[in-house]
Ligand binder design. Sequence first.
Ligand code: ITT
Length: 213
Amino acid sequence: MSGPTVAVLATRNAGKAREFDRLLEGAFDLRTLRADIALPEETGETFAENARLKAETVFAALGGSTAVLADDSGLQVTALRGAPGVQSARYAGENARDEENVQKLLAELRGRGDRTARFVCVLCLILPPPPIEPRAQATPGRFMAEGHVEGTITRAPRGSDGFGYDPLFQPLGWSETLAEADPARKDTVSHRGAAARALLARLREAEVIVHGT
Ligand code: ITT
């Protein structure tokens, strides 16, 4: 019997990769991205465009015969009219560390009353065409899925789990930030958790997977 499909994660973000290991366990045999494969510049204006760009670039670099999963995600803050949005990773500058992005966000929100925000995650999975003849007619399958979580930005960072803006993000109805929560609890409410569950549902519907949660 064959096991779960091998899928390469088109990401250099170790925090995302840890979450996918939990969220997609059983459905995919996930592999990290080889060091010699470069991710594209994120030139898209939307999370969906950037997720597709990353998935398509890595799928082509791997020769079109391996499944690839890409994630583009970020934080949209109401009082900042949706910023940092697609710029979330580089809010405080190219190659900014998480702490620098967190401090910049706190500075931008100083003195503002509305601290509501949402995380958004868009996934793009590309599956290689099945090995049928004539091969020229076979096209790769592409599946997109999206997830959100609503919350507020705290006045100071709290907690040390997770990554990125997790120490500042308190989901609606919670008294902890995502960085204070057990990682499995983050998965139950997070944008990435919701997107991963939507993706699995779509794949089951298309009878692409029978394994998985
Ligand atoms: P890859 O492109 O290599 O996947 P990246 O970190 O550059 O990694 P994005 O362009 O999608 O990925 O930027 C996402 C940023 O949004 C990420 O660096 C965090 O700052 C933030 N972010 C996304 N999901 C998050 C989460 O679950 N918790 C905290 N911050 C998150």
